[in-house]
Write a new protein. Structure first.
Length: 131
């Protein structure tokens, strides 16, 4: 089963994080990603740029609306993702609790409903093609 770990926390600038804490975070996330990779469960990982450079789009009544920055104004932001291939939710929880962000933010675990792999949409549970 494929799960996304959504890393939610304040951005470093918002939380007034000092250089020592940033260095700890770099090392902690590097070690975490390497442990996921070594275990063979890591499908992908992304650390996102700060929300100030985000662009949010929507289409309403055929009209494209473009908004600079995030859609929602919240203290905690989506700052990165890890996509894992693990047997079940218990395994995803086990990996998520090791994520450094769990110590100062939150890690949302969300199962994939449909994935695009090998040129087609598939259910991650049964690997049958979807429309």
């Amino acid at each position: 089963m494929q799960y996304s770990l959504l890393v939610m926390s304040q951005e470093a600038g918002d939380a007034e994080v000092d250089e020592e804490a940033l260095e700890w975070g770099r090392k902690a996330f590097d070690a975490y990603a390497k442990s996921l990779d070594a275990a063979g469960v890591l499908m992908s990982a992304d650390i996102l740029q700060e929300v100030a450079v985000a662009t949010t789009i929507s289409v309403r009544d055929g009209e494209l609306k473009v908004q600079d920055g995030p859609f929602a104004d919240t203290k905690e932001r989506l700052n990165g993702t890890f996509v894992l291939e693990v047997p079940d939710l218990d395994a995803a929880i086990s990996w998520a609790r090791q994520c450094p962000a769990a110590l100062y933010g939150a890690v949302e675990i969300r199962p994939s409903a449909i994935i695009f792999r090998d040129g087609q949409w598939q259910s991650p549970v049964s690997d049958t093609a979807q429309a």
